[in-house]
Design a protein around this ligand. Structure first.
Ligand code: ARG
Length: 270
């Protein structure tokens, strides 16, 4: 009797000690306390006009990519400093090694793989056309002969060029996704070619813009990856971290927060 009470008491003491330790640890990580000081800070570049993946919210970069990268960094034992560098500067920063990571809805392509390393895929996307109502676009081929906007250096540009042709003056290239959408809004272009979730988000958050969206069978699925300088020591660690987030449900949680549906985990395992 006495013995078991003692044992129970000991168990209670032990578990509250554990609880205290857990709380203490949590506080240190969240604050600027000693716990975070030894974590290496990785420099991250992005182009933050690409909602819901990355966009500026009250002076901070926010979005699905931000939540996912923060979770992966936490898992891998790093801190990340995410700066809205812009697209071209991000790519240049990765090439020069000034940036450790590019997190910007970046599609993994064979060509880019020659210049950068990529994590395992973390999001499946496909090209989408957004156009002003009445522009008579029923398929990708209808882009021919239209004024088309793209974000410079993106897969949207490559898709538009594969239909219309390279260096065709009917394609206007914009430095950011926001400028591309502005051109659609103002009527400078009749259609833009971008990524599905971004086009859908734009149409949803600008209900009065009169924007319609279509995709086309000739656009094949693409996958986003976290980009690193070639030969980066961090790639393997972030792959491992992503995998942990896939397995422990954190990825699904973040996905549901931003897309209000469950992710197709099978699509990422390819
Ligand atoms: N997924 C496309 C690409 O990799 C577009 C990415 C644009 N990202 C952005 N944050 N503006 O080319």
């Amino acid at each position: 009797m006495t013995y078991s009470i003692k044992k129970a008491a000991a168990a209670i003491i032990a578990s509250s000690a554990l609880l205290l330790a857990a709380c203490g640890g949590g506080e240190e990580e969240a604050g600027t306390g000693s716990g975070s000081e030894d974590k290496k800070v990785l420099n991250v570049g992005t182009e933050a006009t690409f909602a819901p993946f990355e966009f500026m919210d009250k002076g901070e970069v926010s979005g699905f990519d931000v939540d996912l990268l923060n979770a992966a960094a936490e898992e891998a034992g790093y801190e990340v400093d995410i700066q809205n560098t812009g697209w071209d500067a991000m790519l240049a920063g990765l090439q020069s090694g000034q940036l450790d990571i590019g997190m910007s809805g970046i599609t993994i392509t064979e060509e880019r793989k020659e210049t950068y390393d990529f994590s395992a895929p973390y999001f499946e996307s496909v090209t989408m056309i957004a156009y002003k109502e009445g522009a008579e676009i029923a398929s990708a081929d209808d882009l021919k002969g239209k004024k088309v906007g793209v974000q410079n250096g993106t897969t949207g540009q490559f898709a538009a060029e594969s239909i219309i042709g390279q260096n065709d003056s009917s394609i206007s290239k914009y430095e950011t996704a926001a400028l591309m959408f502005q051109a659609l809004q103002s009527g400078d272009v009749e259609a833009v070619v971008t990524d599905i979730a971004v086009a859908v988000e734009y149409a949803k958050s600008n209900p009065d813009a009169g924007v319609e969206t279509i995709t086309d069978e000739q656009f094949v699925p693409e996958f986003y990856g976290i980009a690193f300088p070639k030969g980066s020591e961090y790639k393997a660690e972030f792959d491992e971290a992503l995998n942990a987030l896939y397995e422990n449900g954190t990825y699904a949680e973040i996905y549901e927060k931003w897309f209000e549906e469950e992710p197709d985990m099978e699509a990422l395992k390819q």
